[in-house]
Design a protein around this ligand. Structure first.
Ligand code: GTP
Ligand code: MG
Length: 204
């Protein structure tokens, strides 16, 4: 199949408390690097990675946000048009897990997806390499079942469980993209980054 070079670009936003490892997780996935040094993200960072899903070229545009509260007012324009959202917490911090409910609500409020109940969330429990765990897989899974999210856990430090959550984000983001395009134009065309027909009607 000839899809052209560009393929589809999917916007996926990473959110969660400061220090849970959003940047580390993304850096491990895209650049295969990790550092123990903590440098808080200021504003937003972007990283892109191109992958192949069912024979389609998909570029994941990953938006790494700052977990500190003072940057949360940046949310509105940041979240809009997202095809997926990764809620990241630290398995050794119960507070970071509990905070996800708020992060999720805030995201839905500001992203304004067409059908909020259907919006695809991925939940990622990071730092599984550490011994002092405060959130069990069972607790996390239970909440994910309640909200219809996909749950993964792993460690950016040890390079464990990194690929799968991003792959799932790309898969469900692609479904979201197809749905948007179908709703707005009545057809789906994977060869264009943004079909010209939708340019004035689609916000994504
Ligand atoms: P903000 O940018 O402030 O929102 O934080 P963040 O969520 O991006 O966290 P960041 O990736 O900067 O990581 C915070 C600290 O946790 C750093 O010191 C990392 O080295 C450490 N860290 C990240 N992932 C892991 C992990 O899997 N295991 C362990 N042990 N430490 C980790
Ligand atoms: Mg960061």
């Amino acid at each position: 199949m000839n899809e052209g070079k560009a393929g589809v670009t999917l916007k996926v936003v990473l959110i969660g408390n400061s220090g849970v490892g959003k940047s580390s997780f993304m850096n491990r996935y895209v650049n295969h690097r990790f550092t123990n040094m903590y440098r808080a993200t200021i504003g937003t960072d972007f990283l892109s990675k191109t992958l192949n899903i069912d024979g389609h070229t998909v570029t994941l545009q990953l938006w790494d946000t700052a977990g500190t509260e003072r940057f949360q007012s940046l949310g509105t324009p940041l979240y809009r048009g997202a095809h997926g959202c990764m809620l990241v917490f630290d398995v050794t911090s119960k507070a970071s897990f509990s905070a996800l409910e708020l992060w999720r609500k805030e995201f839905l409020l500001q992203a304004e997806p067409q059908v909020p109940a259907d919006f695809p969330f991925i939940v990622m429990g990071n730092k599984s390499d550490l011994g002092d765990r405060e959130v069990s897989s069972r607790t996390a899974l239970q909440w994910c079942e309640e909200i219809g999210a996909h749950y993964f856990e792993g460690s950016a430090k040890e390079d464990v469980g990194i690929e799968k959550p991003f792959l799932r984000a790309a898969e469900i983001g692609l479904q979201q993209y197809k749905k948007h395009t179908l709703e707005n134009t009545g057809h789906f065309q994977i060869t264009c980054k943004q079909p010209t027909e939708t340019r004035n009607t689609c916000e994504c």
